[in-house]
Design a protein. Structure first.
Length: 318
C-alpha cells in the first residue's frame, strides 16, 4: 500500500512540476492560435466586402484622421466621438482593425480598438485618441502592447528592434510599411513624442519598460515608406504564419508530453516487474524447498548420518 501511495505522490509532483514548466509555452501557444483565428476571420470578412463597401470604410477612416487635427481636446473623446471611433474599420463586429507584423521579432498580432486590459492581455490595442492605422499625411497612429506576460509573448521582444527595422500594418487589403527611425524611453505621462507632426506619416509602438518593472514606456517610432522599397516582401498564408511562429513551441510541447508519457511508462513497467519478482519469486523458493524434502523422503536417510548398530561397534573394538 505504501509503495502504491509513494508512486501516486511521485506522479502527482511530476505532473505539477511539468505543468509549471510548460504553462508559459502552452498558454502562449493557445493565445497564438486564437490570434491567428482572429486574423483569419478578419481576412475572410475583408475578402467578402464589395468594392463600394470597401471604399466607404477606407474613406471614413481617412476622414476621421483629417478631423483629428481640428479637435480642441484630442486626448479626450466624447460619447459620440467614442461611438464613431469604435464603428470605424470594425468590419467583423469584433473590434479588430487589422493586424501588425514585425518580422524582426517574429510577431503577428491583431489590432483592436482601445487599450483596455482585456484587449492588451491577448493582442495589440490602438490608442483611441490617435490616428487610425490607415496612413496619410499628418497622421500618427499609436499601438500599445504588453510585454513579459506569462500567458502571451505580444510585445515582449520589442526592445530588440533597431533603427532601420521595418514593421507592417495590414488593414483591409492595404499594407502600410514603416521603418523604425526613433526609439525613446519616457515617463508614462509624457505623450509629446506621440503627437501628430504636420506632413508626416508616423506609427509608434508602445510597451512598458524595464522588463518586469514597468516604470517607463518604450516608444518605437516608424515613418511610412513605400512598399516597393522593402528588400523582400513575401506573401504567406495564415497556415504558414502559424507554422513559422509556433513551430518551435509546438515541438517543445510535443517533446515534453512525450517525455511525460515515457516516464509514466517506465514507472508502470517497474511496478509490474516488482509484482512479478515479488510473490512469484517467493513461490519459486518455496517450491524448491518442498521438492528437496520430497527427494530426501524417497532416497532414505543420508549415508553419512546412518546410525551404527551395537554389533558393528563390538566388531570394531575387537
Amino acid at each position: 500500500m505504501r509503495k502504491h501511495l509513494s508512486t501516486i505522490v511521485l506522479l502527482f509532483l511530476l505532473l505539477i512540476g511539468l505543468s509549471l514548466l510548460l504553462y508559459p509555452t502552452v498558454s502562449d501557444y493557445w493565445n497564438a492560435l486564437h490570434q491567428t483565428k482572429a486574423i483569419t476571420t478578419y481576412a475572410e470578412n475583408v475578402a467578402a466586402l464589395d468594392n463600394a463597401s470597401y471604399d466607404a470604410i477606407w474613406d471614413a477612416a481617412r476622414a476621421y484622421n483629417r478631423n483629428l487635427l481640428n479637435r480642441s481636446n484630442s486626448f479626450l473623446l466624447s460619447q459620440e466621438q467614442k461611438a464613431e471611433y469604435e464603428s470605424l474599420l470594425d468590419i467583423s463586429g469584433q473590434g479588430i482593425m487589422g493586424y501588425i507584423e514585425i518580422p524582426e521579432i517574429d510577431v503577428s498580432l491583431p489590432i483592436y480598438h482601445g487599450t483596455e486590459d482585456t484587449v492588451l492581455q491577448v493582442a495589440v490595442g490602438h490608442l483611441e485618441w490617435t490616428s487610425l492605422p490607415v496612413g496619410g499625411e499628418s497622421t500618427h497612429c499609436v499601438l500599445s502592447g504588453h510585454r513579459g506576460l506569462p500567458s502571451a509573448k505580444l510585445f515582449t521582444n520589442l526592445d530588440k528592434l533597431r533603427e532601420g527595422n521595418i514593421f507592417l500594418l495590414r488593414v483591409l487589403d492595404e499594407i502600410l510599411t514603416y521603418e523604425v527611425d526613433q526609439i525613446l524611453i519616457v515617463e508614462p505621462q509624457d505623450t509629446a513624442a506621440l503627437e501628430i507632426v504636420e506632413g508626416q506619416d508616423y506609427c509608434t509602438l508602445v510597451t512598458c519598460t524595464p522588463y518586469g518593472i514597468n516604470t517607463h514606456r518604450l516608444l518605437v517610432r516608424g515613418h511610412r515608406i513605400p512598399l516597393e522599397t522593402v528588400e523582400e516582401t513575401v506573401e504567406v498564408t495564415v497556415t504558414q504564419q502559424v507554422v513559422h511562429s509556433l513551430g518551435w513551441k509546438g515541438k517543445l510541447l510535443i517533446g515534453a508530453l512525450l517525455l511525460f508519457l515515457l516516464i509514466l511508462l517506465i514507472l508502470a513497467l517497474l511496478r509490474r516487474k516488482k509484482k512479478k519478482t515479488g510473490p512469484e519469486g517467493g513461490n519459486v523458493v518455496e517450491r524448491g524447498r518442498t521438492d528437496e524434502k520430497a527427494s530426501q523422503s524417497r532416497s532414505g536417510p543420508d549415508p553419512d548420518h546412518t546410525a551404527v548398530s551395537p554389533r558393528d561397534s563390538t566388531d570394531s573394538r575387537s
